[in-house]
Every structure is written in C-alpha cells, then in structure tokens.
Design a protein around this ligand. Structure first.
Ligand code: HGY
Ligand code: MN
Ligand code: MN
Length: 408
C-alpha cells in the first residue's frame, strides 16, 4: 500500500531547500530559488506520467493527453512563497496534484480526458505589485501592462520573466479554449484554524474572498530633526501612520473585512531626519465585492484628507484586484462526495486567502480542497500539514478524478 502522504511530505521537505537563506521558505518568482525548484517539480510530474514543459508565463505544465475531444481537467497551485513563509502554501497543491494523477494510474484507472498539472510561478504578488500571471494567461484575462511593473530593485517583470526563460510577448497566446476546459481543482493548506477546530483533515471550499491592493506614497519634506520647528514640518510618516491606523479601524467595522498594511518603506529612514517620503501597501479583502470596493473608496478618500491635513502630496493607485469567486456547485458536490467516500465528513469552508483558482474561474468551473493547518498559522515558517492529512487529500482527489466525466 503506497503511503502517498509520506511521499508528499518527503517531496515538500526537499523542495523547501529551494529558498533564499533565512527562516522558513522564501521562493519568489523568476529567482534562483525558483529555478532550483523546477527540477523537483519536473520529477514529480514525470513520475505521474506527464510530459513537462514551461510555458511563456513561467508556469511549469505537466500534461497527459486523453482521447481527442474529451476535454482537459486542470489541477494546480503556485510554486512561489511569501518571504520567510511556510513549506506548504502553494507547492502542496502541485505535489498533491501530481500524486493524485499518479495514484489514478497506479490504481489502473486511465482518465477518460486530458489532464494538466500546473505549477504557477507567481501567486503571492510579493516580488512584483501584481499576481496570478500564470492562471490569468490560461484564462485569457492577462493584462500585458503588468509586464512593465518592477520589483524593489527596479527589475521589470518583463525582464525577469525573459531572463528566466519565459516569453513575455507570447503570454497572450496561452489562453486555453473554454470549450475544452472541464474544470480546475486546487488543493491548498487551509491557512486557518477551522479544520483543526473541527478535528477534520479536509474541507471543501465554498467560495474564495475578493482582494484589492493599493500602492500608496506620501511625500513631504525632510529636515534636521533638531532644528526644523514642529509647526512647519511636512512629515510623510505622520501622514502614513494616520492612514495605517484608519485602515485598521475600517477593518474593525465589519466582521468580513480584512484590511492590512503589510509593507512600508521610509525615506531617508534615519534617526535624525524628518521623513520626506513613505510608501506602503494597503490590502483589502472581503467575500462581498461591494463591501471591498466601498472600503477601498472610503480609505482612498481618507488618504486624501490625511494628505491635506498634513500638507503632504499623495500618490495612491489600485494596482491589483481579484473579485470574489464562488466554487462551482457541481464540482463542489463531486468533491464532497469524494471526501466522504474516502473517510471524511465533507465539511464546507470559505477561503479568506486568495488562490490561483480565483483566476482560473474565468476559464472553467473551479473546486478547492483544503488540508488541515496546524495551529491555523500560515505565511510563517511554522506552517505545517501532516503527512496523514495529505495522504487523505490524495485519496480524495484521486477518487474525484476517477469519477469525473469527459466533456463529450
Ligand atoms: O495572500 C493570500 O491570500 C495568498 O496566500 N496569496
Ligand atoms: Mn497560496
Ligand atoms: Mn500565500
């Protein structure tokens, strides 16, 4: 009896070494760590009988053809991590997808449709102020303008992708035909405490929250900390601090809202000079798009008022947005049946995190399977899922695949 969970755990431990130095895993897109990860993923895909190639967007694609005209079922998640993140977020969905396909084959079950396992390059949007490049390319919703965005070092996404072996100007041709797309399944660590509280290994996702991110810069004037009178200061950090607090207070206004200022840079950032500029990221999430959009508009207006109050200049723009996405009822029902048929309760659970599935929903029906997350913590080195729970996920995913029908 193959221990699929143990194989998953071993593979994830090995690929976790493909990281920048430091605590946890830091594997950003189109970096040496990402390059180091590709052979691992290629091996997993080939062990599942898939033929492997990297596409123009940097997605590693493993494909096994089914009968002509039978359609394609997609499975996948992202290879990238946040800085100092865990070793399960994203990459777990790639390894479990490969093992589920491998299990179907070892069970002697030839899938009656084509199947692709996808290792997307950039879901977190940590290196560049955009995300979901890979799934948006497949869904035909990719915006070429994002190629001009740059990371903190000034490297443009276009150049990083080309240097990595991608083909920025060929991304538009990656769009998959909707008529051929049966659906998409993503397995992912829950990144929250619900399944652990319910003492359940797996959960079937109902919907994925919406998200938007704003790039905000306050500009004032620097000066000597000892001689510049307080009354005439144009201190950018005073304005930024007011927005950080206002954002948190706005988030407290509604139980479904999550409002976060996760990154902030100060210039000149020295102890004895008044800050002349502050850049920060403002992120808003909600399961309801109206609530999220209204909160974004409210905080934009507040930022303008704050800039006026402190005689600052303000640059603020929404640089990323992904609407909330429901999972497809038909696939949800099938996935719930697969979980219950393989020993689970078939719990339903909403996703406060966003995922590649959010963008794949523009191509085809989506389903997500959550795996229990120890202590509910994620985006930290302590993130953990057990081999046993991952084995349960492989069994459920293989059962789900084995009971799917081709398009025709
Ligand atoms: O931030 C998120 O929700 C996901 O982990 N990218
Ligand atoms: Mn993720
Ligand atoms: Mn993440």
């Amino acid at each position: 009896m193959t221990d699929w969970g143990a194989i998953a755990a071993d593979r994830l431990a090995r690929i976790a070494t493909c990281s920048e130095p430091g605590p946890g895993v830091t594997r950003l897109p189109f970096t040496p760590a990402h390059k180091d990860a590709l052979p691992h993923i290629r091996d997993w895909m080939e062990a599942a009988g898939l033929s492997v190639a990297m596409d123009a967007a940097g997605t590693l694609v493993g494909r096994k053809d089914g009968p002509a005209g039978s359609g394609t079922f997609y499975i996948g998640s992202h290879q990238d991590s946040v800085r100092e993140g865990g070793m399960y977020d994203g990459i777990m969905g790639v390894v479990l997808g490969c093992l589920a396909v491998e299990k179907c084959a070892s069970d002697g079950h030839a899938l009656p449709f084509s199947v692709e396992v996808l290792a997307f390059a950039d879901e977190e949007g940590v290196r560049f102020p955009t995300a979901l490049l890979g799934p948006r390319a497949l869904a035909g919703t990719f915006d070429p303008e994002v190629l001009a965005t740059a990371d903190r070092d000034g490297t443009r996404l276009r150049d990083a992708l080309a240097a990595f072996g991608g083909a920025p100007d060929a991304i538009g041709a990656l769009a998959r035909p909707r008529s051929d797309a049966i659906g998409y399944l993503e397995a992912h660590i829950e990144q929250g405490p619900v399944l652990e509280t319910e003492d359940e290994a797996l959960g079937v996702v109902t919907a994925i929250c919406g998200i938007e991110r704003h790039a905000v810069t306050f500009r004032g004037e620097t000066g000597h900390a000892g001689t510049l009178p307080m009354a005439i200061r144009r201190d950018a950090l005073v304005g930024a601090s007011a927005l950080v607090t206002a954002a948190h207070m706005a988030g407290l206004e509604h139980p479904d809202l999550r409002v976060t200022v996760g990154a902030l840079d100060v210039w000149p950032n020295v102890v004895n000079a008044v800050p002349r500029a502050v850049s920060l990221t403002l992120e808003i999430r909600a399961p309801d798009d109206r609530l999220r959009e209204d909160t974004g508009a409210q905080l934009t207006s507040m930022a303008q008022d704050i800039a006026a109050r402190w005689s600052l200049d303000l640059d603020m723009s929404r640089v990323y947005r992904q609407p909330a996405q429901p999972c497809a009822p038909e696939l949800r029902a099938r996935l719930t049946d697969a979980v219950t048929a393989t020993g689970g309760k078939g719990l339903s659970i909403a996703s406060g995190a966003t995922h590649d599935a959010s963008a794949m929903a523009d191509l085809c029906p989506i389903a997500m399977l959550f795996v229990r997350c120890r202590d509910g913590v994620s985006h930290v080195p302590e993130e953990h899922a057990s081999a046993e729970d991952m084995g349960a996920a492989v069994a459920a995913m293989a059962h789900f695949l084995g009971h799917l029908q081709p398009t025709s």
